[in-house]
Design a protein around this ligand. Structure first.
Ligand code: ZN
Length: 287
């Protein structure tokens, strides 16, 4: 079947064994139009030249991953985090993207409330830089299993609260199905996010059953229990028109031939994101 890949974006970390130059060439050859760049993929490279190389492959740089990690009990570390986020904003501008994704951070030695306050202060400190560079700071709520050290923002409601409190056109939110699929308030919070103009990014993969590693065992869309198409419908109904970004960290898939893995991604995207195979094959009601 012919699938429309015009809204398909892949995160460089998804095909981690490939250098960014190989990823760009192979994504472009597969007809993919978007790329989200992880900062490690830029190591040792001229960032603006790398951005140019990506555009020469007709790839839109959807975002730079990642900034964040604001909370700490140590005020010096909090300052360093703000400086690092300012650098991320500069790097995004050099690369030619208008978005930095934030994994906001958490400090296990203090309350989640205190960490959230430090996140809010940290983002607020970087907003003027983001505005000057034309780069949006995009808060990504993370699954609560990461509330110890990775993020004190664990639901879309909390991300909405934060974005609405910061009230800036330079702050947005990334909805990642892996982190949010379980949330009983997801549909209404996606509506709220769209209504307030904060819905900036949409990340997709699947939750494998059983999951053998809480970080590095993400699945291809359709391989697990996340209703990806249902969530995509909610996101679209909330007004989102951006890319569907495939973000898979997987020790299993990283060991595979990456060209074969890329084929699987495109196939899974067509079958489980663009279409509903249960409906196509069995005439079951589409989600
Ligand atoms: Zn994500």
């Amino acid at each position: 079947m012919n699938g429309d890949l015009s809204k398909l974006c892949i995160h460089t970390i998804t095909t981690k064994p490939w250098k960014i130059e190989e990823a760009a060439k192979n994504y472009a050859e597969a007809g993919i139009k978007g790329i989200t760049v992880w900062r490690d993929a830029l190591e040792g490279r001229n960032i603006s030249q790398t951005g140019k190389m990506l555009r020469e492959h007709n790839l839109e740089v959807v975002s730079l991953c990642r900034g964040g990690f604001f909370p700490s009990k140590d005020p010096v570390k909090r300052k360093l985090a703000i400086e690092d986020n300012r650098r991320a904003v500069e790097e995004a501008a050099e690369l030619g993207t208008s978005m930095v994704v934030l994994v906001c951070g958490a400090e296990p030695d203090q309350s989640l409330e205190e960490s959230r306050k430090q996140i809010r202060d940290g983002i607020a400190a970087v907003i003027p830089d983001a505005a000057a560079a034309g780069v949006k700071l995009t808060i990504e709520p993370l699954h609560p299993m990461y509330a110890d050290t990775r993020s004190a923002i664990n639901t879309l409601a909390q991300a909405n609260d934060m974005a609405e409190a910061l009230k800036s056109p330079w702050v947005g939110i990334a909805v990642d199905v892996y982190h949010l699929w379980w949330d009983p308030y997801l549909e209404q919070e996606i509506k709220r996010c769209g209504k307030n103009g904060n819905l900036s990014a949409f990340h997709i993969c699947d939750w494998k059953v059983p999951t053998t590693d809480m970080l590095l065992d993400r699945g291809l869309m359709g391989e697990g229990c996340i209703p990806v198409r249902q969530i995509k419908t909610w996101v679209e109904e909330a007004g989102f028109e951006g890319f569907n970004e495939v973000e898979i960290f997987s020790n299993t898939y990283w060991k595979e031939d990456q060209s074969m893995f890329l084929d699987k991604i495109v196939k899974a995207y067509k079958e489980h994101v663009l279409y509903d195979m249960d409906f196509v094959l069995n005439g079951k009601q589409a989600l």
